[in-house]
Design a protein around this ligand. Structure first.
Ligand code: NAD
Length: 392
């Protein structure tokens, strides 16, 4: 099969197995070049392990820390006629590299929100890995089925309290335009909290504790994005922000209820960058194209793997990591500091359809977007006939 990107709206519906493998190898090489982590966790569970920040977390734990990793993801396998999702190919490549390096790795593919997957993880840990000393929670999902009631909750990306008019960039139509977003109602806010809030993170920790699979002093972290004025109306102070606030509640609850195990639970605040999840959020492609421009000029640009290596090196491997005033592990100061934000805001105010490609780094954004699916990677022959059926 000759595989070229099939882009529909903000998503690419296929993926390139060789390109995805090259992307995984690049991330592995990056962390290996940074040097081995000290006091690294040795048994790591990564929930949402196949793309974006979760994949970077798994790569860092394994290839900079030498950890055994158990991953959970929700990816589509390939067929004769259709490629797998990128996360499937990423996972296959991760397994191949882990095996070559003599690192234990296992991945379970299915719905992390359900009871069955929690049980499967428990059975796998008991059989093969034992207690975990780090649990990464990196799910991004538009819906969640409640494990008790079977009710399906859907998340919404809307402002809270009042309507909001802003600029956005339609990546499909190459168009900078204004959008008006109506505020969410109470039900939409509640449903978004059910999907992207801390309830499922807590359920995971409860299930692991009940099965006696948390090592003493085990750390756990869930990821959030804390932006500034430009993104607050659609992120921080919007439905998704409400859900992310619930992570703070969950972190405190986990610490309290798992005090006997001295579990440390943190919300980690990470930089905005291109992933499958963020490209679906209105305003984000425009905002991210501008921060790429500014942060590349400042020499502070980072991708998933660079952010996560720093998170492990500076925070997660420290006995008592330094937190911000809200108890979070704050990693995106290079994006949210006042001087950088002022430059981004100035560009934001100037951006029009005519100057968008000069003022922004949309070329960099688009390259990173294609790379998520294994495309536009140097050294990969996209004219070659490749086998889509890849297993792990
Ligand atoms: P992503 O879309 O790249 O990854 C999502 C992961 O979740 C994948 O591994 C996917 O397989 C898995 N997943 C989704 N639904 C699942 C389910 N039902 N069961 C099992 N696995 C499932 O997303 P990402 O951008 O890396 O986001 C990860 C976390 O980081 C999210 O909490 C997000 O809010 C946060 N974050 C993202 C950004 C950003 O700019 N991308 C910034 C800060 C924080």
């Amino acid at each position: 099969m000759i595989i070229k990107p099939k882009i529909r709206g903000f998503i690419c519906t296929n993926a390139h197995p060789i390109g995805c493998a090259a992307n995984v190898k690049q991330q592995i090489s990056y962390v290996q070049a940074q040097g081995e982590l000290h006091n690294a966790p040795k048994n790591v569970l990564v929930i949402g392990c196949s793309t974006g920040y979760g994949l970077a977390s798994r790569i860092t734990a394994a290839f900079a820390g030498g950890a055994n990793t158990l991953g959970v993801c929700f990816e589509k396998p390939p067929s004769d006629r259709k490629t797998a999702t990128a996360g499937w190919y990423n996972t296959a490549a991760f397994h191949q590299e882990a095996q070559a390096a003599g690192l234990y790795a296992q991945t379970l593919n299915g719905d992390a929100f359900g009871k069955e997957m929690k049980q499967e993880v428990i059975d796998t840990l008991k059989a093969n890995m034992g207690k975990v000393d780090l649990v990464i929670y990196s799910l991004a999902s538009p819906r969640r089925t409640d494990p008790e009631t079977g009710e399906v909750y859907k998340s919404t990306l809307k402002p809270v309290g009042q309507a909001y008019k802003t600029k956005t960039y339609d990546t499909d139509k190459n168009l900078v335009h204004e959008i008006a977003l109506e505020p969410a109602n109470d039900d939409e806010i509640e449903q978004t909290i059910k999907v992207m809030g801390g309830e499922d993170w807590e359920l995971w920790l409860n299930a692991l504790a009940d099965a006696d699979l948390l090592a003493d002093g085990c750390k756990t972290t869930a990821y959030t994005y804390v932006g500034k004025e430009l993104t607050w109306p659609i992120y921080g102070q919007a439905t998704i922000g409400r859900a992310k606030e619930d992570l703070d509640r969950a972190a405190a609850a986990i610490v309290k209820t798992k005090a006997d195990k001295k579990v440390q639970a943190y919300v980690s605040s990470l930089k905005a960058l291109v992933t499958q999840a963020s490209s679906a959020i209105p305003v984000m492609p425009l905002y991210i194209s501008l921060i790429y421009k500014v942060m590349k000029e400042e020499g502070t640009h980072q991708g998933c793997i660079e952010q996560i290596y720093d998170l492990f090196n500076e925070k997660l491997t420290q006995a008592q990591p330094v937190t911000d005033e809200l108890g979070r592990l704050y990693m995106n100061a290079k994006e949210t500091n006042d001087s950088t934000q002022a430059k981004i805001t100035s560009l934001w105010d100037q951006v029009t359809q005519d100057n968008f490609h000069q003022l922004s780094d949309y070329a960099g954004y688009h390259h990173e977007f294609l790379k998520l699916f294994g495309f536009d990677i140097q050294g990969v022959d996209y004219e070659a006939d490749v086998e889509p059926l890849v297993e792990w």
